[in-house]
Design a protein around this ligand. Sequence first.
Ligand code: 13P
Length: 265
Amino acid sequence: MNRKPIFAANWKMNKGASETEDFLKSFLSKLQGQDFPCEIVIAPPFVSLAKLAELLHTATAVQNAHAIQIAAQNCSQFDAGAYTGEVSVLMLREFFVHYVILGHSERRAIYGETDAFINAKIIKAREANLKPIFCIGETLAEREAGKLESVLRTQITDGLKNVPEKDMLETVVAYEPVWAIGTGVTATSQQAQDAHAFVRSVIADLYGADTASRIRIQYGGSVKPNNAAELMACPDIDGALIGGAALEPQSFLEIIRNGCDHGGQ
Ligand code: 13P
């Protein structure tokens, strides 16, 4: 199955508007003239979405930049109203946002997001035609207790409850083992491949083998320029969700280059 790899920068709570501008100018100049067979996505903080949208629009107009898609890092499960601090999917659409990261382990662990809550946001995102980047992953304790598969199966099954096949086809899954996030410890390519193959099998149980073979599953957790190629060479790994190493234009670009060289089937 031909799945286009997707490399997404999750900036987390880094880079306001002016740093976003600095990054993008540098990144676009490095990207100029290169055409990688993959999708490139940047997820800045909410307050930088407008700047990113404006810069990308101008860049595409003037220099035919490699199309870069914009992602938000979260969204509300509601449309509008008295929800202090929240941002709705329709507000995100105004900034040309196409993807939204949901279920990130930091939101699960620090903000107590449950599978049911994440599920409500996935459904709301699809109502606005946003593509969820649906994050799942086990903690080290869960892995060591032999619970890897049961944890992933529950996260997938409950997170995707009532999500129809047509919406699943617009969803990207990101497998991010919690113990590999921001730690410098990457899953070995074998550990990552095994987990990705399992995730795909659970999606096949829910949606059938054809849909499962079309879904992109990104790996996230200490992806760097020097490990991207090996990870992306695994048959069930279809891109990366990158934190720290995507804060620098050069390392983000090298991950994309190295990953595309060895990954894209
Ligand atoms: P790091 O690449 O910094 O480990 O972060 C991964 C991540 O959480 C991406 O969503």
